[in-house]
Design a binder for this molecule. Structure first.
Ligand SMILES: [Zn+2]
Length: 147
């Protein structure tokens, strides 16, 4: 079993209607050998496992070896701009899943994809101007601090 240091939250930056089939097709189209996420949380709150936890997924280059990647389906508006359009069911399911993962990996830090952006000015914090993308479109540390 690999050591897990991070639980990384993503959005799929896709239509909210997407399911496992569309996600897997996209990974394949990108030429990836393994999926981008271990879990996808669909708009109706269904949690689907895409990849075994003891195998590395393709979530964030340079941060995959010791991470579990969790994505909620959605995260863009009709114009393709980043938006937090999580459904209540998705939000609830994500909290349930993260709680469960925390129970199994109590040493793991929970972060959003954008929090793993390079700290370009070296001040020890990854700030908004340093984000390489918006994913997962909400403030993970804020939302999960009370767990
Ligand atoms: Zn991401």
């Amino acid at each position: 079993m690999r050591t897990i240091t991070h639980i990384v939250i993503h959005c799929t930056a896709s239509p909210q209607s997407w399911g496992v089939r569309e996600l897997m097709a996209e990974f394949k189209a990108k030429g990836w050998k393994s999926p981008g996420y271990h879990y996808a949380i669909l708009a109706d709150g269904t949690i689907r496992q895409l990849h075994p936890l003891d195998m590395v997924a393709n979530g964030v280059k340079g941060h995959n070896e010791h991470s579990i990647h969790v994505a909620w389906v959605g995260g863009i508006d009709r114009q393709g701009r980043p938006v937090d359009n999580r459904t209540d069911a998705q939000r609830e399911a994500m909290h349930r899943l993260v709680d469960d993962l925390r129970h199994h990996y109590p040493q793991a830090t929970i972060v959003g994809h954008r929090d793993l952006s390079p700290d370009r000015n070296g001040d020890g914090k990854v700030t908004r101007d340093e984000w390489v993308k918006q994913c997962p479109c909400f403030e993970v540390k804020e939302e999960f601090k009370t767990l």
